[in-house]
Design a protein around this ligand. Structure first.
Ligand SMILES: *[C@@H]1O[C@H](CO)[C@@H](O)[C@H](O)[C@H]1NC(C)=O
Ligand SMILES: *[C@@H]1O[C@H](CO)[C@@H](O)[C@H](O)[C@H]1NC(C)=O
Ligand SMILES: *[C@@H]1O[C@H](CO)[C@@H](O)[C@H](O)[C@H]1NC(C)=O
Ligand SMILES: *[C@@H]1O[C@H](CO)[C@@H](O)[C@H](O)[C@H]1NC(C)=O
Length: 646
């Protein structure tokens, strides 16, 4: 009796000791140093020391502070710093984690920007004010590679847990949530998760960042541990309890619907969202640099998850055999960049081979790095580039094969009328996901420039996969806009790009808007031939919407019981917002994704008639004028080949 009580007491002591054990969680997730050094290192080191000291003072005052910013902007070489601990760390652990991060980041010597991210905290400094950054490059996920025994339920519960965290965290004061969920009742398996945003971003910024994070971390399930890192947020789940029991929160009060934020997301998108291409490239270089600097250390294995690998090299002879000597029967189509052939490799795998004609050698050097870049893009809504092959002036790209071909066949081609409303909505969602990834989540921003149904391929289950991304980057600068290339696909091309050559990721947003209308209506954006199609689709959609009769747009092959009127309204409104001018008034693809994913209803979307784009007729006229100077023949349904005129 006495002994039992003693044992029980000892167990309690042991449990308390375990919970209170010091654990600053300095497992390194990411470290990067800018490739640029400060100009005056004396000023810089003084500024940086002062910044670090000011943040240390904030984090060591106790009182549960887990976030600090400080800056020294006097003289040349300003330093802006930010540090954050996960809220579940004790005061001492937080300070220990911060101290370790300071020591680690000093190894970047005089680099004018750097970051260190641990499980328990992160530290970052830059030469400019970055406090409002939400998603940036370097958002990546780190999965361990052990899967749990009960995979399906773990995955399902994990997704719910993550979605709850993403919903709740932006609504919680201090932007931190920690929660857990039983995986299977009766078993003692539990899944734990936390989400956190930096305190200097808005509620919408926090949400945007976490929506991107969810996309990243999803692919870690059902592995036992997954983490995502980004400029404005951190998300982690694990089957192991990595935070103390008493940090677990009840987040159910924050899970209710409430959609006022969607409106803000759309309006916010109007202001923000230029695809900071330069910044992205700078970050890319930074990553390359930081990887090169220490190729063998453990941290580089983590960065190495995104290390660029070379594409597979195929032999020309094999591809020639596989495509039956590039025969007409094997031809799948004539894409914007060259002909595409169906090929059956020796091992029986069916692939698609695109034949480009590269007839100038300077381009080839760029080409190789572009191919490497594109072959590293892995996303379920993007057609995988498997490898390439070059022979003389010919370049062959080998892609995964999509059995159902392209979306245009199903809208107004030989398989018209086969797609249900649900399939159409899923195709839109998949396309939005793929584009959001290219624009905002891959480590360089890739603008597609030629989004249209013939570039959206469908797999066996009618999942959308975008084809031909990255190839537009191969166009020589001076050929990238006003050219015959766009004469055929003008209906999809944003006016500022067609006319002035102004390129931003909003060019893709515009095309996506037109694609939405084609998917709803089963009509070609530029077709005016039939008696119903008296106007270009986009002009007509704006007019019908303004008159409140947008339901007339819906494809008559669809059964009226398949869709709800409010879904049609929401889709049409998203389409119109996507095509607004100026480009800054169009939402980013991640904002569109959020809107598509959110509960039905369109009350939160505000279409502004004053932002209606110039009439398609007008821009078509301009483009035809531009191309007639060019004297090249006008292709009618596909864009002209990559290197036309060479
Ligand atoms: C959790 O428990 C630890 C150790 O008992 C204690 O120091 C800490 O203040 C507690 N945290 C909360 C949020 O109650
Ligand atoms: C930056 O400074 C480091 C260390 O002082 C030096 O090794 C590196 O070459 C410098 N980088 C540049 C781009 O000047
Ligand atoms: C900055 O702090 C480091 C570490 O404490 C010290 O070695 C260095 O001399 C300091 N530099 C300046 C310019 O104060
Ligand atoms: C993943 O698992 C394999 C075999 O189980 C192991 O050899 C490998 O080191 C693991 N990789 C990582 C990154 O842990």
């Amino acid at each position: 009796m006495e002994a039992a009580r003693w044992l029980a007491a000892a167990a309690v002591v042991a449990a308390v000791w375990v919970a209170a054990k010091s654990e600053p969680q300095i497992n390194l997730l990411n470290r990067g140093c800018s490739q640029y050094n400060a100009t005056n290192s004396k000023n810089f080191f003084e500024n940086r020391n002062a910044t670090f000291a000011a943040m240390a003072a904030q984090l060591s005052t106790g009182g549960g502070r887990r976030f600090a910013t400080a800056q020294q902007a006097r003289s040349s070489d300003p330093v802006y710093g930010m540090a954050q601990c996960r809220n579940y760390l004790s005061d001492d652990d937080c300070f220990a984690c911060y101290t370790a991060a300071v020591a680690e980041i000093r190894s970047c010597s005089a680099a004018n920007g750097a970051r260190v991210i641990y499980d328990g905290c992160f530290l970052r400094y830059e030469s400019n004010n970055f406090y409002s950054e939400t998603t940036q490059i370097g958002n990546e996920h780190i999965c361990n590679n052990i899967t749990v025994p009960q995979e399906a339920t773990f995955r399902e519960k994990g997704l719910i847990l993550i979605q709850n965290l993403v919903k709740a965290t932006p609504r919680i004061n201090g932007y931190f949530a920690a929660t857990k969920m039983i995986v299977e009742s009766g078993s003692n398996s539990t899944i734990y998760g936390i989400a956190q945003c930096v305190e200097t971003i808005s509620q919408d910024g926090c949400r945007d960042c976490l929506v991107v994070a969810i996309e990243n971390i999803e692919s870690c399930l059902p592995n036992t541990d997954g983490k995502t890192i980004d400029a404005g947020c951190f998300l982690r789940y694990s089957n192991h309890q990595f935070f103390p029991e008493n940090s677990t929160m009840d987040i159910t009060p924050y899970l209710g619907e409430g959609n006022s934020w969607r409106k803000k997301a759309i309006i916010g998108g109007v202001v923000g969202g230029v695809c900071l291409m330069l910044i992205l490239s700078a970050f890319f270089l930074w990553y390359k640099f930081s990887r090169k600097a220490k190729p063998t250390s453990k941290r580089d294995n983590i960065l190495g998850a995104t290390e660029l690998q070379g594409p597979n090299i195929y032999s020309y002879k094999d591809l020639k055999v596989a495509t039956n000597n590039f025969s007409e029967e094997n031809k799948l189509g004539e894409g914007g960049f060259g002909d595409v052939f169906k090929a059956t490799l020796k091992n029986g795998t069916i692939v698609a081979v695109k034949r480009l004609d590269i007839s100038y050698s300077r381009a080839k050097i760029d080409f190789e790095s572009e191919v490497r870049l594109v072959s590293n893009v892995h996303h379920r809504n993007l057609v995988r580039l498997l490898g390439c092959c070059s022979k003389g002036s010919q370049l062959l790209l080998v892609y995964e094969y999509m059995a159902n071909g392209s979306l245009d066949r199903f809208l107004y081609g030989d398989r018209r009328g086969e797609l249900t409303w649900k399939q159409r909505s899923d195709i839109l969602l998949g396309t939005a996901r793929g584009l959001a990834y290219l624009h905002e989540q891959y480590h360089v921003c890739i603008i597609h420039r030629d989004i249209k149904p013939s570039n959206i391929l469908l797999d066996d289950d009618f999942h959308a996969k975008i084809a031909d991304f990255g190839l537009a980057r191969l166009l020589p600068e001076n050929q990238s806009h006003v050219s015959t290339k766009f004469a055929g696909t003008l209906g999809y091309t944003a006016p500022e790009y067609a006319i002035h050559g102004h390129l931003s990721e909003k060019v893709d947003t515009y095309s996506f808007g037109v694609v939405i209308l084609e998917i709803i209506s089963g009509r070609r954006s530029s077709d005016r031939n039939s008696e119903i199609e008296t106007e270009y689709l986009l002009d007509e959609a704006w007019k019908l919407y303004e008159n409140g009769v947008h339901q007339q747009l819906v494809d008559e092959t669809l059964n009226k019981t398949e869709y709800a009127a409010e879904d049609v309204k929401k889709m049409v409104e998203i389409a119109l917002i996507c095509t607004q001018s100026p480009p800054s008034s169009r939402p980013t693809m991640s904002e569109i994704l959020v809107t598509l994913l959110s509960a039905r209803g369109s009350d939160a979307i505000q279409v502004n008639p004053r932002l209606r784009p110039p009439s398609t007729n007008a821009s078509r006229f301009i483009s035809e004028a531009a191309s007639s100077n060019n004297s090249a023949p006008l292709p009618n349904s596909t864009s002209i080949t990559l290197l036309s005129g060479r």
